[in-house]
Design a protein around this ligand. Structure first.
Ligand code: NAP
Length: 525
C-alpha cells in the first residue's frame, strides 16, 4: 500500500494545505518520504455533516450488515500485511513483535464486537403490556437502546493499532451503530492513513453509507477542538493526557448541547505488597514488579507507578532486589519526543524532591528518545503531604511508599485519586488484611487483581478498563471489552405506538434470540 499523505472524508481521499511529517523516535529524525496534509475547518465540517447524513441509515441497517462491516475492517487490516507493521514500528519505536500482537488484538476486538452486535443483548429490550382495566389505565411501553449519533474518536499514541484509528473506541462506536470521525494521532500519521484506508475499503465493500467513517489529521489542538465543538458530534472517545482529556471535556461541556466525553487519562495503578507475600516471595515479587514497570518502556495506562508495603526487613530486601534489577534495565525508545521529554521532566522532579529517595536508575540511554528506568521510595507520611507525588509520570518510573502500619496503608489508599487498577499481592495468611482493603479499593479503582500485574488487559466480556476520575472522565463505563458499546447508546421508550410503527425487535414475538424483559420477567423468545 502506498501512502499519499491524504486523509479521508466520507470515503474520499483529500489533501491540501499545510504539510507535516512523521517522526522516527528511534533515529530522532523526521520521516521525510511523505508529507501529510492537515485537515482544515471545512474538512472537519464536511466529515461531521457526512456522519450526520449517515447516522440514521447506518443505525437502521440489519445487525448482520453492521457485523459484517466490522469483520471486513479486520480482514482489510490483515490484508495490509507487514507494510502496516513496519510503518507503525518506524513511527512509534515499538518493536515488530509487540506490533504483531497488537494487530492481532485490534482485529480480534473488531471481530468480538461483530459477535456482540449479532448477539443483540445490548439492545436491552423491555416490554410492559398495556392494562386498560387498571386505574389509571396502564399504557403499552416498549424500550430499546439506540445509537447516540456521530462519535469523535481520538486515537492513542501508545497503541497505534489497538487504541487508535480502528481501535477499541472506533470498534465499539461502530458496533453501537454510530458513524465515527477519527482525529488521527499526529505521532503515527502513516499508520493512521493505512488503517483509515482499510476502514474506507471495508465500508465500500459492505455497502455502508459513505459518512460512516472519516479521519481528519494534522498537528495542533485546533483540529480536535473544532471536531468536539461541531454540533453534529454526539459523543467523544479519547485516550491520552490528562490535560488533553480535560480540555476536550471543557469544550464538550461548553457546547449549547453538552455531550459525553469518555476520556481515559492518567493512572498510577497501585500494587500492594501484603506482609506475608512480601516475606515469603519478595524476590519473585521484585522481578514481577520491575518486569511490569518496564514493559513497553512503561508506556501503558496500567503501568504500576506506585507500590505500597509495610516498613521492615522484607521491604528493605525487596527494594534492594528491585533496585538491582532496575540498574540492569537497558533503556527503550519512547513513543514521541514529547512523551520522552515529559518523562525526563517528571522523573527529574521526583529525584529532586527532598522527601523522595532514588533507589536506582537504569542504564544510561544512548539513543535519542530512550527512557531511563527510575525507582523511588518515600515514607507514607511524606507521600500523603505532597499531592504531586501521585501524578502520573508516563514511562518506567515508580515510587514505593513505605507505610509504618496498616492504618497508614489505608490512609494512602484513601488518599489516592481514581485509578484503573489496584493489585494485591497476598498469601493465604494475608486474606483478612486484603478483605479489609477491598471496600476502599472498590471505591477507588475499576479493576482489582490478586497476585498478578496490571499491565496486559484482557479484551472480553467481563473486563472493566475504566475507573473513577482522573483515571477516566466517567467511571461508570469501560473503554475495553464488549461493555464499551454502552457508552454510545441511549434508551428510547415507545408508548402506545401501533405495531406497524414499532421497531421489529419490539413487536410481539419480534425479539429473535434476544432476551427481553417482558412484563417484568426476563424471557427468551
Ligand atoms: P495527548 O497529548 O493527550 O494527545 C492525544 C490526542 O489528543 C492527540 O490527537 C492530540 O492531538 C489531541 N489533543 C491533545 N490535547 C488537545 C487539546 N487541548 N485540544 C484538542 N486536542 C488535543 O496524548 P499523547 O500525545 O498520546 O501523549 C502525551 C501524554 O499523554 C503522555 O506523556 C502521557 O502522559 C499521556 N498518555 C497517557 C496515556 C494513558 O493511557 N494514560 C496514553 C497515552 C498518553 P494534537 O496534539 O494534534 O492536538
Amino acid at each position: 500500500m502506498t501512502l499519499t499523505g491524504q486523509y479521508f472524508i466520507a470515503g474520499e481521499r483529500r489533501g491540501h494545505g499545510e504539510i507535516f511529517h512523521a517522526y522516527d523516535p528511534a533515529r530522532g529524525a523526521s520521516i521525510t518520504d511523505i508529507g501529510f496534509f492537515s485537515s482544515d475547518e471545512r474538512d472537519i465540517a464536511d466529515a461531521c455533516a457526512a456522519a450526520e447524513d449517515a447516522a440514521v441509515s447506518y443505525a437502521d441497517l440489519p445487525l448482520e450488515r453492521r457485523a459484517a462491516f466490522l469483520e471486513a475492517i479486520a480482514s482489510e487490516i490483515e490484508g495490509l500485511g507487514d507494510a502496516l507493521l513496519s510503518r507503525a514500528a518506524a513511527e512509534s519505536g515499538l518493536p515488530l513483535a509487540r506490533l504483531t500482537g497488537e494487530r492481532g488484538r485490534t482485529c480480534g476486538q473488531l471481530r468480538l464486537f461483530a459477535a456482540e452486535v449479532r448477539d443483540g443483548q445490548w439492545l436491552k429490550l423491555r416490554i410492559d403490556h398495556a392494562d386498560p382495566a387498571r386505574t389509571p389505565p396502564k399504557p403499552d411501553l416498549r424500550l430499546r437502546m439506540i445509537p447516540l449519533g456521530p462519535v469523535a474518536v481520538f486515537g492513542a499514541s501508545n497503541f497505534p493499532l489497538a487504541f487508535s484509528t480502528a481501535g477499541g473506541d472506533t470498534a465499539s462506536a461502530l458496533a453501537a451503530g454510530c458513524p465515527v470521525v477519527v482525529k488521527g494521532h499526529p505521532a503515527h500519521p502513516g499508520t493512521a492513513e493505512l488503517v483509515a484506508g482499510a476502514i474506507t475499503r471495508a465500508a465500500a465493500a459492505t455497502g455502508m453509507p459513505a459518512g460512516v467513517f472519516s479521519m481528519v489529521t494534522g498537528t495542533g489542538n485546533a483540529i480536535g477542538a473544532a471536531l468536539v465543538a461541531d454540533p453534529r458530534i454526539q459523543a467523544v472517545g479519547f485516550t491520552g493526557s490528562r490535560s488533553g482529556g480535560e480540555a476536550l471535556m471543557k469544550i464538550a461541556a461548553a457546547r449549547p448541547q453538552p455531550i459525553p466525553v469518555y476520556a481515559e487519562m492518567s493512572a498510577i495503578n497501585p500494587v500492594i505488597l501484603l506482609p506475608h507475600a512480601l516475606a515469603s516471595r519478595g524476590k519473585a515479587l521484585a522481578a514481577g514488579y520491575v518486569g511490569s514497570l518496564t514493559l513497553g518502556s512503561g508506556q501503558f495506562c496500567t503501568n504500576p507507578g506506585l507500590a505500597l508495603a509495610l516498613e521492615g526487613a522484607a521491604l528493605d530486601a525487596f527494594l534492594t532486589e528491585a533496585g538491582a534489577l532496575v540498574e540492569a534495565q537497558v533503556p527503550q525508545t519512547m513513543l514521541t519526543a514529547g512523551i520522552h521529554s515529559a518523562y525526563e521532566k517528571g522523573s527529574a522532579a521526583l529525584a529532586a524532591t527532598p522527601e523522595v529517595q532514588t533507589i536506582a536508575r537504569g542504564v544510561h540511554p544512548t539513543g535519542p528518545h530512550e527512557g531511563r528506568t527510575a525507582l523511588f521510595s518515600v515514607a507514607a507520611k511524606d507521600w500523603l503531604a505532597k499531592v504531586e507525588l501521585q501524578h502520573e509520570v508516563f514511562g518506567t518510573s515508580s515510587i514505593v511508599v513505605r507505610c509504618a502500619d496498616r492504618h497508614e496503608l489505608l490512609a494512602v489508599l484513601r488518599g489516592l485519586e481514581g485509578q484503573l487498577t489496584a493489585t494485591l499481592h497476598m498469601d493465604e495468611a494475608d486474606t483478612d488484611v486484603a478483605r479489609a482493603l477491598l471496600p476502599v479499593l472498590e471505591r477507588k479503582v475499576g479493576r482489582i487483581l490478586a497476585n498478578g500485574w496490571p499491565t496486559g488487559v484482557e479484551v472480553g466480556h467481563a473486563i472493566n478498563h475504566g475507573g473513577p476520575y482522573p483515571a477516566t472522565s466517567d467511571g461508570r463505563t469501560t473503554s475495553v471489552g464488549t461493555l464499551a458499546i454502552d457508552r454510545f447508546l441511549r434508551p428510547v421508550a415507545y408508548q402506545d405506538l401501533p405495531e406497524a410503527l414499532l421497531p421489529e425487535a419490539l413487536r410481539e414475538g419480534g425479539q429473535g434470540g434476544v432476551i427481553a424483559r417482558i412484563d417484568g420477567a426476563w424471557r427468551l423468545a
